[in-house]
Design a protein around this ligand. Structure first.
Ligand code: DON
Length: 345
């Protein structure tokens, strides 16, 4: 039974709470939580449960050491633009970032130079071909994009540096700034990839021959291979994506890693080329700018709101993680956050 005294105490406390909220101006109360926040943990758990037994695809094997990653690993995470993490599964396991590094180095080129430099010196056209296609390079000699191998090697060569060490340090620092913690190279992955990088060496030399590579080709190849060998977790990828969702400001460190005004241009390239020759299918079904890597990681960005990331090593024919892409696509559909509107199917 509530006595009169208790009623009046409760009323006083409630009135004080209302007054204290009203007394704090809206801007000082911090950002309002994302409208979908109540669903985040549920959709992450559901996507994890739905796909954890899916065994389709296989680990990348053209980089020999990637066959050794346990294929059953699987993690799914949402990271909000204010750094809140909702996760399920192996979200702390560290694997090689591979091509998920590419948009972040493209961001560095835009930051140091300009979006125009990226467009003119590399290109922003989707190739519609595989990430390592030599045919695409021959057809689109003067314009690929920074998310295929050719454009990513060119992006590394465009980083302003007077030595290989400085070039690498800038690339590594930039990736770390996006993640909000120091990232390091998985040296065994680097050795495995660099000792078998005959295709990428061919690409680097062709670009150089055509005046579309802006440093020594072997230096660019080494720095590119190192960036692909950087170790990250699914949570790191989520934080890197959340930095893009947050206008280029890392949610943890509050550092402005890239200018907010260039984020839309970067997301546009991710939307058109982030899934290589599957980019059309991906945008049709998921509707989010994203980037994949042959290590099994994928990050997708809901602009201005949050990132969805996942990791699982088995890949489809296009080199994209089967479980990760399914999980992220389901979450985007469930939350109705496709950039062109909800993609509920
Ligand atoms: O250059 C390569 O082939 C790898 N380091 C990166 C390729 C990759 O991750 C393609 N993504 N799905």
């Amino acid at each position: 039974m509530i006595t009169n005294n208790r009623v009046s105490i409760l009323a006083t406390v409630a009135a004080a709470a209302v007054l204290s909220v009203a007394a704090v101006p809206a801007f000082a109360r911090g950002p309002a939580p994302d409208p979908a926040v109540k669903d985040f943990q549920r959709v992450v758990d559901a996507a994890y449960a739905k796909y954890k037994d899916l065994k389709d695809g296989k680990n990348a094997d053209y980089i020999p050491i990637l066959t050794e990653t346990p294929s059953d690993l699987f993690g799914v995470v949402i990271v909000t633009k204010d750094g809140k993490v909702y996760s399920a599964g192996d979200v702390d396991y560290v694997f090689s970032i591979q091509s998920v590094s590419k948009p972040f180095t493209a961001a560095l080129v835009m930051t140091e130079q300009s979006p125009a430099a990226l467009k003119e010196k590399i290109g922003v056209e989707p190739t519609g071909m595989a990430f390592n296609s030599k045919l695409a390079l021959a057809v689109y000699e003067n314009s690929v994009n920074p998310l295929v191998n050719a454009g990513a090697i060119a992006a590394v060569s465009l980083v302003q540096a007077t030595s290989e060490e400085q070039r690498w340090n800038k690339v590594q620092q930039n990736l770390s700034d996006f993640a909000g913690r120091p990232l390091t190279v998985l040296e065994k992955v680097y050795d495995s990839e660099y000792s078998t990088a005959f295709g990428n060496r061919g690409i680097a030399n062709l670009l150089y021959n055509w005046g579309r590579l802006y440093s020594d080709p072997e230096e660019a190849l080494r720095v590119y291979t190192r960036e692909c060998s950087v170790g990250v977790s699914a949570k790191d990828l989520g934080m890197m994506g959340a930095t893009l969702a947050n206008g280029g400001v890392n949610p943890l460190t509050k550092k402005q890693v890239m200018p907010a005004k260039h984020v839309p241009e970067l997301l546009a390239v991710m939307a058109t080329a982030g899934f290589y020759d599957e980019s059309g299918d991906w945008m049709f079904t998921a509707g989010l700018p994203a980037k994949t890597g042959v290590g099994g990681g994928i990050v997708a960005v809901v602009p201005g709101r949050f990132a969805i990331a996942a990791f699982s090593p088995r890949l489809n024919e296009a080199g994209n993680s089967v479980r990760s892409l399914n999980a992220i696509r389901d979450i985007a559909g469930e939350l109705g956050v496709g950039v062109f509107g909800a993609n509920p199917n």
